[in-house]
Design a protein around this ligand. Structure first.
Ligand code: UGA
Length: 435
């Protein structure tokens, strides 16, 4: 089956490469000529484990191509995916749908024969209706269906999330479109991946509900962690103790510095706005978003307390800047709020991240960047683990102790065992665990 993937960003690139790997012919289209030129040369603009090889294999196999000519790609496609960005609109927090609607107009002008137009981008309820209307207005004669097929990919694990999904959600009541979607996802249908076929509006809302629920779960355990610190309990045991209950489940109960990334902060905000517009406020999600915002900055107070109440004139070493490991993405990362707050309090900040430093150089101009964790720790008054990259899980503690001005480790991801760290002579502060 021929697919046009509009948008060669994170979602478009991963989905395009995976569909090609399923045997389809995929053309990824982007307006950014520089990005397309790089992709044609085999250069992947994002860091995602396994993606470079997957793209190379499928380009070599002739199933995956890249280009800027939307008309050409759409004309020959049976399915056209809209995978363009939907950033938060400046000022009101609504998702900015201008790229989606522009894509709909461009697609309408080029479609030929029965075409299934699929929204993969995360879009508010009703966007599919508007895409359908735009296409009808632009091309009254077109034969098409608009389907919502939200993605549930996690950065860093996107390929396995695509190929072994917990579920596939398909929002359309059009029988022909359902058959096309079944063909597109054939290997997953054959493996009996759970399938939710529903209305378009339900599919659109399901995506937001999933992210809002996960954000709520994280925020819940983060508040439990704060309480654990006050009452002398251990949040990891609390998480295990509740997570073993199948009704709760063990995942997304890892306490930390607050959720970040390109999805949870933006999607919770967009859901809040949609709900307010429909006079059906999601008060729980409103609280989650505001608690999480406050938490990121509160982490700096924890670091300052661990440094004896002041960081003025001191160097603080941060390990990890990306919003989570295995990505180079710093969007809404807790590190950004932490760095700003530490600098406001008079600290010099030095940082190391395995993949995120290039992006960080623009975002954090006053930070000194180190080539490795040990250079980062040199003469610092505290070492702070902000992101749980695997390389930070087995640091040479003896070496660090010599390098640090004071043996203080603040572990915002609970990577180390408090008892072991205390034994090694560190003052160790983690999240929601007794010393
Ligand atoms: C998230 C969802 O997990 C995906 O299902 C969804 O498709 C994606 O958003 C999206 O909407 O595109 P992602 O943002 O890549 O994926 O990252 P997650 O692994 O969900 O982590 C999000 C944030 O929560 C990170 O800052 C992470 O450190 C934090 N987190 C996660 C915790 O603090 N504790 C946890 O237990 C889990």
């Amino acid at each position: 089956m021929r697919i046009a993937m509009i948008g060669a960003g994170y979602v478009g690139l991963v989905s395009g490469a995976c569909f090609a790997d399923f045997g389809h012919e995929v053309c990824c289209i982007d307006t950014d000529q520089g990005k397309i030129d790089a992709l044609v040369k085999g250069q992947i603009p994002i860091f995602e484990p396994g993606l470079e090889d997957l793209v190379a294999d499928n380009v070599r196999g002739g199933r995956l191509t890249f280009g800027t000519d939307l008309q050409e790609a759409v004309r020959s496609a049976s399915a056209v995916f809209i995978a363009v960005g939907t950033p938060s609109r400046r000022g009101d927090g609504h998702a900015d749908l201008s790229y989606v609607y522009q894509a709909a107009r461009d697609i309408a002008g080029a479609m030929h024969g029965y075409t299934v137009v699929v929204t993969k981008s995360t879009v508010p309820v009703g966007t599919g209706d508007e895409v359908e209307r735009i296409i009808r207005e632009t091309r009254p004669d077109a034969d098409y269906a608009v389907v919502s097929n939200p993605e549930f990919l996690r950065e860093g694990a996107a390929i396995s999330d695509f190929k072994r999904p917990d579920r596939i959600v398909i929002g359309t009541e059009d029988g022909r479109a359902q058959a096309v979607m079944a063909e597109l996802y054939r290997p997953l249908y054959l493996n009996q991946a759970p399938l939710v076929v529903t209305s378009r509006r339900t599919a659109e809302l399901t995506k937001y509900a999933a992210n809002a629920f996960l954000a709520t779960k994280i925020t819940f355990i983060n508040e439990m962690a704060d309480l654990c610190e006050k009452v002398g309990a251990d949040v990891q045991d609390v998480a295990r103790g509740i997570g073993l209950d199948k009704r709760i489940g063990p995942k997304f109960l890892h306490a930390g510095p607050g959720y970040g990334g390109s999805c949870f902060p933006k999607d919770t905000l967009a859901l809040i706005k949609t709900a307010q517009d429909h006079a059906s406020p999601v008060r729980l999600v409103e609280t989650v978003a505001s608690v999480n915002d406050q938490r990121k900055r509160a982490m700096s107070r924890k670091i300052i307390a661990a440094c004896g109440g002041s960081v003025r004139g001191k160097t603080v070493a941060l390990l990890g800047l990306t919003f989570k490991p295995n990505t180079d993405d710093l969007r809404d990362a807790p590190s950004l709020a932490i760095v700003t707050a530490l600098q406001d309090a008079g600290a010099r900040v030095r940082a190391y991240d395995p993949e995120g430093m290039e992006a960080a150089r623009d975002l954090l101009p006053d930070v000194e960047f180190a080539p490795d964790p040990y250079a980062c720790a040199h003469d610092a008054s505290a070492l702070v683990i902000v992101t749980e990259w695997d390389v930070f899980r087995a640091l040479d503690l003896g070496r660090l102790k010599h390098l640090l001005l004071e043996p203080v480790i603040v572990d915002l991801r609970n990577v180390y065992d408090p008892r072991e760290l205390e034994r090694t002579g560190f003052r160790y502060v983690s999240v929601g665990r007794p010393l």
